[in-house]
Design a protein around this ligand. Structure first.
Ligand SMILES: C[S@@+](CC[C@H](N)C(=O)[O-])C[C@H]1O[C@@H](n2cnc3c(N)ncnc32)[C@H](O)[C@@H]1O
Length: 485
């Protein structure tokens, strides 16, 4: 689509050559240098990124990994918790660790559950703990929720006035507030500072910001929450680049080298994101089942229009004329596409689950005593008593891993993995120089369905028959490697 229909965005025409440069595949040498540097700085000496793979980039083993070995803990480059998930889980806005206490997690979730209908949830961007105790009356909700836990009880859980048994085994970091607003919370001052420097300072609704700016931000956020919260993470990718740009500009190296244009600096600031595999969102997103194939063009047009509306709203918040090409629809579409195509998903298990398992595992007499207190809360939380933190994220190294229907590694969070990092574990022995592959899809579904799911990633795996054969041979123990081609 995109190419055949004229863009509604003036910047696409005005900055066409710069946009082409931003979206071009980075030269091999610069790409290799970037990944070598990243791997070195993060001390991931067990892997390397190869550009020779027939599927573009790929990750190879730099050493032998035994089954179950940790291959990589990949830190999020840009990511965000889903808006609705913020109601269920209070996590650090930078590293996505659960924060506060078990009581705080349970209390605030039940509190919001008791006052919020699902439509309220859609319009609510953030749950302010400062609103606790006032929202029930303002929203007209009754003081008792359907599970007969009073608002007073829930508030005392949140404030720490009431404690549940055995929660001292599950200590969580204390909540550190953002220096400017009440919306972002952290597990430590260092996460608060890193978030401020890397993304948040441009989007903080701190009291110093002007009312017109706050209203522009609110409009952007409401549009994203009402349509697709992937726009929120795309906005974060833009602020990440703008802040890197500003930092580079004040760097003494740049001040010395006045020949370097603003655009060169923008290219440098954009580099970490330029490495991601990208396609325009509206070209690559899978056609929903309820859309007829003859309506495909109009469907793709509609989502491009949606992205354009979102971009217009975002421009009112953070447009920077020095970095104008970054605000083109073409670049915005590729950023969203990158999150869609590279998204392993941000998932962090809830400590509330471990807590109730611990209670369940207590000796009978202790368990009976404890459950007198915890039972009503567990009942009120219901079957989904331990919703994990979920969101969208771009992981710079994991996103270089290619797919295999017979992978030798998988994303797997161990008990100790309590933040947003992607954790990749060896599923079988991996020899030095083997390609490390993961499955992008559910491996247990039938072949046709797997091919359909892979089509969403922009490819049909033509070697599927060969790969199935290799899997069989591996299962028979004849051949030890499952690397692709
Ligand atoms: C997350 S990226 C993986 C890294 C990618 N090779 C790169 O160069 O950035 C996913 C994209 O890689 C390509 N890819 C991954 N595994 C593949 C496979 N088994 N066969 C064909 N293409 C594959 C597809 O184009 C897919 O959309």
């Amino acid at each position: 689509m995109g190419g055949s229909s004229t863009s509604p965005c003036d910047l696409d025409r005005e900055f066409a050559p710069q946009i082409a440069q931003l979206l071009a595949t980075p030269p091999l040498q610069s790409g290799q240098e970037y990944y070598d540097g990243l791997i070195q700085s993060k001390k991931h000496d067990g892997i390397r990124v190869n550009f020779s793979s027939k599927h573009g980039k790929g990750v190879c083993a730099n050493k032998y990994f035994a089954e179950g070995d940790l291959i990589l803990k990949d830190q999020i480059l840009v990511g965000a918790q889903h808006s609705l998930n913020k109601i269920d889980c209070a996590v650090c806005s930078y590293c996505f660790r659960f924060i506060g206490s078990i009581e705080f997690q349970i209390g605030r979730r039940l509190y919001w559950q008791s006052i919020g209908s699902s439509s309220d949830r859609t319009n609510r961007r953030h749950c302010h703990e400062s609103d606790v105790g006032s929202s029930a009356s303002s929203s007209g909700a009754t003081k008792e929720n359907s599970n007969t836990l009073s608002e007073e009880v829930l508030v005392s859980l949140i404030t720490g006035d009431m404690s549940l048994p055995f929660t001292d085994h599950f200590g969580l970091p204390q909540v550190v507030a953002c220096r400017g607003c009440e919306e972002e919370r952290y597990c430590s001052q260092s996460c608060a500072d890193s978030d401020w420097e890397t993304y948040h300072s441009l989007l903080c609704t701190g009291s110093k910001s002007e009312p017109s700016w706050r209203s522009a931000l609110q409009k952007f956020v409401e549009h994203a929450n009402g349509s697709n919260d992937i726009f929120l993470v795309a906005a974060k990718a833009i602020t990440f680049t703008l802040l890197r740009y500003k930092k580079l500009k004040t760097h003494p190296e740049f001040q010395k080298n006045t020949d370097q244009s603003n655009f060169c600096l923008l290219m440098e600031a954009w580099k970490p994101l330029s490495m991601g595999f990208k396609k325009r969102w509206w070209d690559s997103v899978a056609l929903p089942e309820d859309v007829d194939s003859c309506d495909e063009d109009s469907f793709r047009q509609q989502i491009r229009d949606l992205a354009f509306t979102s971009l217009q709203l975002l421009k009112h918040v953070i447009f920077d004329s020095e970095c104008a090409p970054l605000f083109s629809l073409e670049v915005y579409g590729h950023i969203i596409g990158m999150f869609e195509l590279n998204n392993l998903g941000l998932v962090v298990a809830s400590p509330v689950e471990d807590y109730f398992i611990h209670i369940d595992d207590l000796p009978d007499d202790e368990k009976e005593e404890a459950e007198k207190v915890t039972g009503p809360f567990l009942d009120a939380l219901g079957e989904d008593y331990a919703v994990p933190c979920e969101g969208t994220a771009f992981f710079p190294l994991q996103s270089c891993m290619n797919h295999s229907c017979c992978p030798n590694a998988k994303a797997y969070k161990r008990d100790e993995d309590i933040d947003g990092h992607a954790v990749i574990i060896a599923l079988k022995p991996i020899r030095k120089d083997d390609e490390i592959t993961i499955s992008y899809i559910d491996e247990d579904v039938p072949y046709e369905e797997r091919q359909a799911q892979l089509a969403d990633y922009g490819f049909i795996w033509v070697g599927a028959v060969m790969e199935v054969l290799v899997c069989w041979i591996v299962a028979l123990g004849v051949y030890g490697s499952t690397a692709l081609g």
